[in-house]
Write a protein of this length. Structure first.
Length: 159
């Protein structure tokens, strides 16, 4: 019975994650200039709302390109921001996808053991010219607030 449940859960998760199967291919890593631009916009959004954030920008492999920690940001947000960015880069999807699947119940608890996946919102892939060039991860407030700042970082790259 456990084997059947596992297979069923695996099949459901592949279908759920399959919605992102047509994600863009990886491209050359984001430039330092663009990484700083995205981080600055995320930090500006945080300051506007009086939130303290850690902001990580990675390349497509999930390796750190740039990191900014605002004054008084909790120390734990450093690794969390980086983990969110790495998740978004390596799995070509927002880290919130994993969080949403976990919320569906026991059939998705295997995601907690998925190496390199942080199931917490606030990590987004960075797509430029139709290719994933990296990711942004933000941590320091609520998940929704982290995502709001990460989205502001992405929007800055469209200008």
């Amino acid at each position: 019975m456990k084997t059947i449940r596992f297979v069923f859960a695996l099949a459901i998760s592949w279908f759920a994650l399959g919605a992102f199967a047509q994600t863009p291919p990886y491209g050359a890593p984001i430039s330092l200039e663009n990484a700083k631009k995205a981080a600055a916009a995320a930090a500006a959004e945080a300051r506007k709302n009086n939130w303290q954030m850690g902001i990580a920008i990675t390349d497509p492999n999930g390796d750190l390109i740039y990191f900014e920690r605002m004054d008084n940001t909790q120390i734990g947000s450093i690794n969390i921001a980086l983990g969110k960015a790495r998740t978004a880069a390596k799995f070509k999807r927002p880290s919130k996808v994993f969080q949403d699947l976990l919320a569906k119940g026991d059939n998705f608890t295997y995601l907690l053991g998925l190496e390199g996946a942080m199931p917490v919102q606030g990590g987004l892939p960075i797509v430029m010219d139709g290719k994933i060039v990296g990711a942004i991860g933000v941590s320091g407030a609520t998940g929704d607030q982290d995502s709001q700042c990460a989205t502001a970082g992405l929007e800055a790259l469209k200008k």
